[in-house]
Design a protein around this ligand. Sequence first.
Ligand SMILES: NC(=O)c1ccc[n+]([C@@H]2O[C@H](COP(=O)([O-])OP(=O)(O)OC[C@H]3O[C@@H](n4cnc5c(N)ncnc54)[C@H](O)[C@@H]3O)[C@@H](O)[C@H]2O)c1
Length: 339
Amino acid sequence: MDPVRIGVVGCGAIGQAHLSVWKDIEGARIGAVCDAIMDRARETAAEYGCEAFSDVGEMVRSGVIDAVDICTPSGLHARQGLVAADAGLHVLCEKPLDVHADRARELVEACERRGLVLSCVLQRRTYRGPRLVTEACRTGRLGRLLSCSAYIKWWRDQSYYDSSRWRGTWELDGGVLANQALHALDHLIWMAGRVTRVEYAVAETQAHRMEAEDFLMAVVRFECGARGVIEATTCCNPPLCTRIEVFGTEGSAAFDDAAVVHFGYGGADHTDEVSEAEAKLGGRAEAMAISLQGHANIAADFVGAIREGRQPIVTGRDALASVEALRDIYAAAGVGVAA
Ligand SMILES: NC(=O)c1ccc[n+]([C@@H]2O[C@H](COP(=O)([O-])OP(=O)(O)OC[C@H]3O[C@@H](n4cnc5c(N)ncnc54)[C@H](O)[C@@H]3O)[C@@H](O)[C@H]2O)c1
């Protein structure tokens, strides 16, 4: 079988990390790279021995790739994905699927119509511990879920937001919820279903010069009926690990980052059955101090889905749910693109 030829769009921080992952993925080959800064694209292409482009449309029409991997600012994801989907190419997208829910939905529907694989880098969903706990939530082992909450107290200094013009803007990034807390929000939705109601939300810019929020608190209701609190900030220095807690009528679980630190149901402790060493996602103090194991899992799964004609672990619909939650939480707080 021919390798799937990947075109990476965006050769910045995470794009470079993806490229370092792609070179070792079985069944894949780096076919091209694209960056709005042509020198960056050329330099990267020279390193990986592939073609360079500065325009995603030109890259998808070039015939040298079968799929795109989108690593550009978040507010460009869906539009660039649509350019690829319209040309019949599969799409892998960095998180979030977009910051604009309408565009994200358009991308999901376009890929579904054309039978294309669409996946998103929500890498927590590939870890064994979170998978087992989520399965327990969804199959009722914890009973009726009552509460599902996340606390994301991270730190970014001002130079992080000043490092690129897109960071912290409503149009291209959003604030702490859309960027740093997105993995935790996705994790809650994965366990408890879509956010169906936002009961309270407040968002503020407390300690940075940026357009979007660096502090957010919300109370939400999930599809399964559970309520949850989300508290997210990039103002906490030194930062704390992401804490996620869930409980139902028959059991409870807690995560520090993506590691299960407590899992109990039926009157017994099951933590040892699901804990794993590698589940440290990182990123709480520095954007790129993260493990790339999850990215490698997602990349390998994306290629497997294309070759085997199956759904990926993280589907477009999975990824859309957190973007729609962003829209609704921001709207309830009176901030965001639509405010
Ligand atoms: N899954 C994760 O753990 C994780 C970690 C870090 C970042 N991310 C996501 O990755 C995305 C990129 O973040 P980053 O930190 O790498 O940003 P970055 O600013 O370092 O890189 C973005 C790159 O995109 C290029 N670009 C901008 N507009 C373009 C266009 N129209 N066409 C082609 N290239 C264009 C820029 O020149 C830059 O090289 C964000 O959506 C972010 O949320 C995800």
